[in-house]
Write a protein that binds this ligand. Structure first.
Ligand SMILES: Cc1cc2nc3c(=O)[nH]c(=O)nc-3n(C[C@H](O)[C@H](O)[C@H](O)COP(=O)(O)O)c2cc1C
Length: 366
């Protein structure tokens, strides 16, 4: 019998050929923050996924905190992304752009001239990050967004979503996870604002919900998803007492906005604290549209969560890096390449990016 992972699914109004999603993964090949042919080739190789979610793409010059990540705020970037969307569509794939504003997780050395490290509050994240110019550097003290800058930042998300559609994407995913700008608003550790965007759960959630609402109004709610990482600690996001209550509220409000999906990530397979089952169940109950789960999935676990209706789609990350033909391999029960080269995850060229072989070639090369 065909496994449920390989059955079609309709996401919003978008038909997907299977339920396996390629997780968003930053790969730092966008020289000058502009998407290029190499990136188009990488995504085209993985177009068998029911849905590809791109690496984090910044809606603003201020959100380009990492070296060589792409943007979606200039004409050149829109033109560059067309290479990718056309390549993926030509293979019958579907692709959403993940809008990631890095906020305080960035460094001035990575930003273009005139851009600034901004955040809800002037609180630096602990830890360091890579810069091409000077190697590892401490996270800097961000500048607190003023009331008008906050509106400008929202507008950047809206314009980037419009640009995504112009570039041929099927939709966008808001990166509300992993300690970047949107999650920086959610957490009382990174948001100590005293205006309507800080303090209570409602206030800390306001920026995220307004962005979701305005982006939905601009491009259509069925083309909008959001990634969330409740209980995630990546990028200096410690636990706080109201985590469960915050994400319960978010799920209820996102349900009212009626966006296409919530994409929950659980980093416990990478050693982070486990996301309690109860919060996943609450989100599943409160949010009526599509739920994508991700983090450490195997086909067996995907089958379990799909067939028990705990999730609608399952996202795979690292397995897609090393197996461009992941869906084919899983479907035919072929062995997976598990040899991930950590040194080329964020390097600048084709090595460790577009040269992972498909199964047949692996046999030929053996
Ligand atoms: C190289 C790399 C880059 C990543 N970049 C992003 C990113 O840009 N946005 C995001 O939401 N998650 C990012 N992640 C997290 C993945 O989307 C995924 O949640 C994680 O790898 C766990 O799933 P897996 O066990 O299937 O790999 C990244 C992970 C890796 C390995």
């Amino acid at each position: 019998m065909n496994k449920i992972s390989f059955t079609p699914y309709t996401l919003g109004s978008l038909p997907l050929s299977n339920r396996i999603v390629m997780s968003p993964m930053t790969r730092s090949r966008a020289i000058n923050n502009t998407p290029n042919q190499l990136m188009a080739t990488y995504y085209e190789q993985r177009a068998e996924a029911g849905l590809i979610i791109t690496e984090g793409v910044s809606p603003s010059p201020n959100g380009l905190g990492y070296a060589r990540i792409p943007g979606l705020f200039s004409n050149k970037q829109v033109e560059g992304w067309k290479l990718t969307t056309q390549a993926v569509h030509s293979k019958g794939g579907k692709i959403f752009a993940q809008l990631m504003h890095t906020g305080r997780v960035g460094h001035a050395l990575n930003l273009p001239t005139g851009a600034r490290i901004v955040a809800p509050s002037a609180i630096a994240a602990k830890g360091q990050m890579w810069t091409d110019k000077e190697g590892m550097k401490d996270h800097p003290l961000p500048q607190e967004l003023s009331g008008t800058e906050l509106i400008d930042t929202k507008n950047e998300f809206v314009q980037a979503a419009r640009n995504a559609i112009l570039a041929g994407f099927d939709g966008i995913e808001l990166h509300g996870a992993n300690g970047y700008l949107l999650e920086q608003f959610l957490s009382p550790h990174s948001n100590i604002r005293t205006d309507i965007y800080g303090g209570s759960i409602e206030n800390r959630s306001r920026f995220v919900l307004e962005v979701a609402k305005e982006v939905s109004a601009a491009i259509g709610k069925d083309k909008v998803g959001i990634r969330l990482s409740p209980f995630g600690i990546f990028n200096d996001m410690p636990d706080y007492p109201e985590v469960a209550a915050t994400y319960t509220y978010l799920a209820e409000e996102l349900n009212k906005i009626d966006i296409a999906y919530i994409h929950l990530v659980d980093h416990s397979s990478g050693g982070a604290p486990e996301v309690p089952l109860s919060i996943k169940q609450t989100i599943r109950k409160k949010f009526k549209n599509t739920l994508i789960l991700s983090g450490g999935y195997t086909l067996a676990r995907a089958e379990e969560d799909l067939s028990s209706d705990f999730a609608d789609l399952i996202a795979f990350g690292k397995p897609f890096i090393t197996n461009p033909d992941l869906v084919d391999r899983l479907q035919k029960n072929l062995s997976l390449n598990i040899k991930l080269d950590a040194n080329t995850l964020y390097s600048a060229d084709a090595k460790g990016y577009t040269d992972y072989p498909v199964y047949q070639n692996e046999l030929i090369n053996a």
